[in-house]
Design a protein around this ligand. Sequence first.
Ligand SMILES: Nc1ncnc2c1ncn2[C@@H]1O[C@H](COP(=O)(O)OP(=O)(O)OP(=O)(O)O)[C@@H](O)[C@H]1O
Ligand SMILES: [Mg+2]
Length: 445
Amino acid sequence: MDDINQLREAVRNSPDNLPLRKFLANALMKSERYEEAEVEYKDALRLAPDSTDLKVGLAEAFQGQKKTGVGLVLIEELVNRPQPPARAWLVYAKLLLQSQQAEEAKEAYENAIVLDENLRDNYLESEINLRMKAPSEPEKIKLRASGAEAGEDIRDGIDIERPKVSFDDVGGMDKVKEEVRMKIIHPLKHPEIYKAYGKKIGGGILLYGPPGCGKTHLARATAGEVASNFIAVGISDILDMYIGQSERNLHAIFQKARSLKPCVLFFDEVDALGASRSDMRHSAGRNVINQFLAELDGVEYDNEGVLILAATNAPWHLDSAFRRPGRFDRIIFVPPPDGAAREAILRIKLKGKPLGDINYSRLIKKTDGFSGADLEAVIDLAIESKLEEAMRKGAPSPLETSDLENAAKKHRATTKEWFSTAKNYALFANEAGIYDEILHYLKIK
Ligand SMILES: Nc1ncnc2c1ncn2[C@@H]1O[C@H](COP(=O)(O)OP(=O)(O)OP(=O)(O)O)[C@@H](O)[C@H]1O
Ligand SMILES: [Mg+2]
């Protein structure tokens, strides 16, 4: 009987002996039997659910099996706690490298060896260095060009829109529309009622979900709905490499919105603020976040009349401080459109085009999992094929159900990939059930 079998036998005889279980799991790791190690770590975690050691072990077992996504979710939760153990950084570095994030891996690795010089790993080190891309010349130039001069500010560059689209142009999303009405449209139109109940007006809504399902579209339509100004800001546009400039940019944008009220202020890709990503632990990142929080709180300047919306595909990268009351205290999942919503979207997008008798229920069956953007792509494809046909025949003919069906066959739904990542977070990092809606959608819960 080999050592591992002896250990297994011992564990069988005293199943509650935690050190023994840990020993077995570690032995399995040493023999690169990662799958079995995963099982053992999980069993041990049932006895000691808070053990950091065991979680680091489990993350490493995931890493050994190239289950990078789950591994990262698990380990990021650990390294974001105060004083994570050195080994957690090391495993984090390995996982980051596995997910092609060499620079972040280097940083995590450095954190590990600062804490514990014994963790030095020559192989890992050379792998990281190998994959760190040297900044190429063109990239350096680009950085300089887009970074603008120190001190230059964004004020002149803020685009103000008066959107013509309204909620009627948004198919489905009834629940989301209702939330937006309650949280920001009604308070704007009837502030006296809210005040009578002593309800503080303020805070924003964070929309999250797979790409192309109408987050940006809905934000714009919200502004159209109340005939207000609309300012859309991509977070990466305000992040500036000069210290302090990002904060000033952010403040300038809020001030602009305050001066234009009523105004819908929309922040896209807010996850770029990071905070839970290793590369955002720098103080500059922290300062921008603090500035953002202060602006949201509206202590120094009043945010009345400013409706704040934000969107992200990766809410798990957002600092939880954003979710406190008065900030983004409504977090709304924007799922791919269901059948009725897909029909509504198709009807909206097909309006005004030459149409035959369209059988919508057939199209709905062929477009399960399609986003609004996917449906637009399908219509585009169908029109292209129709144009070819019209050129051949020398005469235009209306778009038929079959044209759209054929186009749908050629197009793959783009939301599936997002769900495979989101599922990991919903399963393993679902604090306070914030991602329950994802699990409901996936019929897991
Ligand atoms: N419910 C909807 N009703 C009408 N059009 C929609 C709807 N959902 C998406 N669309 C259309 O699909 C396209 C993509 O939508 P939008 O840009 O709002 O998606 P998003 O959720 O913001 O995606 P991303 O996460 O990639 O930013 C837009 O052109 C929009 O008009
Ligand atoms: Mg968008």
